[in-house]
Ligand binder design. Structure first.
Ligand code: XMP
Length: 326
């Protein structure tokens, strides 16, 4: 539309003026905001921008490939992928406490990203100081929230790509800071980003790490990824993606229950479905999914995912439950 087109033009001009001939760096999270911010900056300054994607090994099935292939194909961005899954899993070994998991994932993310930055600056050689800008997908509500100083209680320590430490001497480029989420999606579409990115539902920075109740291991991630892929596939097939705010799928890795399948007794783990409807994630209600759809998801998960012999539905609103389990 005219409005969206003019937002793009305006921001592209502003980014060009701000960055000039220097270089910028951007961390991609797989989410809408960082992807749209990066796409705008690519449109403005091309390969003066380097995008960095830290793969923490806690993404859902196909998500890293989406960043590596679809984002790059639709924007032409220069992308560096850092496969840090081993490092994150090592750091998470033996840890089951939710807050501790969140802190470890946030800390490791910052370390890996800073290392990538340092490498980039080193490669730029004598002109290294020209890597002067950091792109962030800050939205208008984030700006208001951090400026408002309302002192809301911090219930869970959030990990965002934006949550980088203060000691980096980059100048920020925040092309979305005047926009609301729906406008960001419109800009993303205008820039040619695929629907899979533009209409992506919220997904937490710590990823599947906070959807395994208990210690995070490679084997457990494989189980959860398979169950989650089935849920997403069925929700999409039922045409419910835009209706549902998000549907966390949670593995109760420390719980086992008895079941029976084929010739014998099983002793497997439960999966929890947490479909919610919401306007802004501050409050939420559980989604009344059709029974037939729930039955199909349950049958598929118990048949197709080894080690899972029970599927349960979370029918708690927020409050008192949070959307995520950790
Ligand atoms: P809760 O569980 O607090 O979640 O009801 C509210 C919304 O925030 C998402 N969420 C996160 N998003 N980093 C993020 O970027 C995080 O650390 C994080 N933790 C929760 C959650 O998926 C829901 O949309």
């Amino acid at each position: 539309s005219w409005t969206t087109g003019s937002i793009v033009e305006e921001q592209v001009a502003a980014i060009k003026a701000q960055v000039g001939g220097k270089r910028a760096i951007c961390a991609l999270s797989g989410g809408v905001d960082s992807a749209v911010a990066a796409a705008l900056v690519v449109k403005a300054i091309g390969d003066q921008l380097t995008c960095v994607y830290v793969d923490h090994g806690l993404m859902r099935q196909g998500e890293s490939e989406q960043v590596e292939k679809e984002f790059v194909a639709s924007t032409g961005a220069q992308l560096r992928v850092v496969d840090a899954s081993e490092r994150f899993l090592d750091a998470l070994a033996g840890v089951s406490d939710p807050e501790q998991k969140r802190k470890i994932i946030g800390r490791e993310f910052i370390r890996v990203f800073e290392q990538a930055q340092a490498e980039l600056i080193a490669e730029a050689g004598a002109a290294g100081e020209d890597v002067a800008f950091l792109v962030q997908g800050t939205l208008y509500p984030d700006v208001v929230e951090s400026g408002g100083g309302t002192g809301t209680a911090n219930i869970k320590s959030h990990h965002n790509v934006g949550g980088l430490p203060d000691d980096i001497e980059f100048e920020l480029v925040e092309p979305l800071r005047m926009l609301f989420k729906d406008e960001v999606r419109m800009v993303g579409a205008e820039l040619g980003l695929p629907d899979s990115i533009v209409h992506r539902q919220p997904f937490p920075g710590p990823g599947l790490g906070i959807r395994i109740v208990g210690e995070v291991t490679r084997e457990r991630l494989t189980v959860l990824r398979a169950a989650d892929a089935i849920v997403r596939e069925e929700l999409t097939a039922a045409g419910l993606d835009r209706e549902i705010w998000q549907c966390p799928v949670v593995l109760l890795a420390d719980v086992r229950s008895v079941g029976v399948q084929g010739d014998g007794r099983t002793y497997g783990h439960p999966i929890v479905l947490r479909p919610v409807s919401s306007e802004d994630a501050m409050t939420a209600d559980w989604s009344r999914l059709p029974y037939d759809l729930l039955a199909k998801i349950s049958n598929r998960i118990t048949n197709e995912v080894p080690d899972v012999n029970r599927v349960t539905l979370d029918i708690t609103s927020k409050p008192p439950g949070t959307i995520e389990w950790e």
